[in-house]
Design a protein around this ligand. Structure first.
Ligand SMILES: *Cc1c(COP(=O)(O)O)cnc(C)c1O
Length: 388
């Protein structure tokens, strides 16, 4: 059944009408000047969203996962050592990708709900005097648990250890929703996709390379073809792609970056923070804990809500879908059944957030959880009513 209900999954996110129209366009010759009029502003707009003056932006027909592969294969060689923290399903998947590429991953295990332990990274990097670690991987926002990590602190740990490794950051569920400062934080490769903060359908891997990371492509020997940034760079030099570009999606991305930059990135982040705070106030009113262990880890793009011991959280997601035609996020991997997630990133208003909170309350009540109807809605209303 089709409905106009917004989704509350942490990606893909709701698509504003203007972006739907921008994506839906007639065939255009991707070797004509008309394509350059899309490509040029897209590359420039993404660079601004990344808050970078020096990044080289590449956009592949793919998803965020393809962005991970672009980051790894263009900078590393088989047998290279990388440092990563496992604190949820997405950091886990990126580690798995590294291992399948023959990289040696030093994994720092963190209880799910925790963030990247910068101090532990500093110890490991300081001890690595031979500089065997070639890259540090960081998942900025662990979408599976609603945990945002401090990337500036990870950079600080690398600098304190005077370590030359590259900093590769997964910003798939943060870029365009929460502050991300590629240059300021010394990020070497920033990875995202089209279907989260950019409010578009899935289909684009969006990556930014620092000059240092881009230079690594000459010596990195991991196999790559589709994701080789040199071929993409050659394509861009003549306003084209090494293969057929997804023109409609790129046209959507052109408008999406314009929308974000017109609103002002800092206003976009404030809007996300404000909506997220209302959702968290609702969750507190339900007297349910967030999965994120402490307030500085609370994500402004997704909240993961721990359900009581012995209760299957998946039943909330299933009932919301079947009875109320509303999508929430389920627990993934090790936290399946233990939590449900409310995505609050992308195109969202107070009114939309309130409707999601209201449906979550009905589901929990239907399933016998001790939630008082209207309690979360009232807490969020009070927040939205009194803040701008
Ligand atoms: C969604 C997501 C991904 C995966 O992106 P796909 O577009 O589904 O390939 C990776 N990392 C994080 C943090 C995500 O939220």
């Amino acid at each position: 059944m089709h409905s106009q209900n917004p989704v509350f999954i942490p990606g893909p996110t709701n698509i504003p009408e203007a972006l739907r129209r921008a994506v839906d366009m007639p065939t255009l010759d991707h070797r004509s000047g008309a394509f350059a009029d899309i490509l040029r502003p897209v590359l420039e707009g993404v660079k601004q969203v990344l808050k970078s003056d020096t990044a080289e932006v590449f956009i592949f027909p793919s998803t965020g996962s393809g962005g991970w592969e672009t980051a790894l294969t263009n900078t590393l060689s088989a047998g290279d050592k990388v440092l990563a923290c496992r604190n949820g399903m997405f950091s886990q998947k990126w580690i798995d990708m590294c291992e399948r590429h023959g990289l040696v991953v030093e994994v720092v295990e963190v209880e799910w709900g925790g963030g990247i332990p910068a101090a532990r990274f500093e110890e490991i990097l300081t001890a690595d005097r031979a500089h065997e670690i070639k890259a540090v991987l960081a998942t900025h926002n662990e979408t599976a648990t609603g945990v945002v990590s401090d990337i500036a602190a990870v950079r600080g740990a690398m600098d304190a250890a005077s370590h030359p490794a590259l900093l590769l950051v997964d910003g798939v569920s943060s870029i365009g929703s929460m502050d991300f400062q590629m240059d300021e934080w010394g990020v070497d490769v920033a990875v995202t996709g089209s279907q989260k903060g950019f409010m578009l359908p899935a289909g684009l891997a969006i990556v930014g390379f620092s000059p240092k990371a881009a230079a690594m492509v000459e010596t990195a020997s991991l196999p790559r073809w589709f994701f080789d940034i040199r071929d993409m760079r050659s394509g861009y030099a003549i306003n084209g792609y090494p293969y057929t570009p997804p023109v409609g999606l790129l046209n959507g991305l052109k408008l999406s970056t314009e929308m974000l930059l017109d609103e002002g990135l800092d206003n976009v982040f404030k809007r996300h923070a404000r909506i997220a705070t209302g959702v968290r106030k609702a969750i507190a009113a339900w007297d349910m804990p967030l999965y994120a262990q402490s307030p500085e880890l609370y994500s402004n793009s997704v909240s993961a809500i721990k359900t009581p011991e012995g209760f299957d959280a998946n039943t909330i997601v299933a009932l919301a879908s079947e009875k109320y035609d509303t999508a929430f996020g389920a627990g993934l991997g090790a936290v399946a059944g233990k939590l449900f997630r409310i995505g609050h990133l992308g195109s969202l208003t107070d009114m939309m957030a309130l409707s999601g909170i209201a449906v979550a309350e009905m589901c929990m009540k239907d399933l016998g959880l001790p939630v008082i109807l209207g309690s979360g809605v009232a807490a969020a209303q009070e927040h939205y009513r009194t803040t701008a």
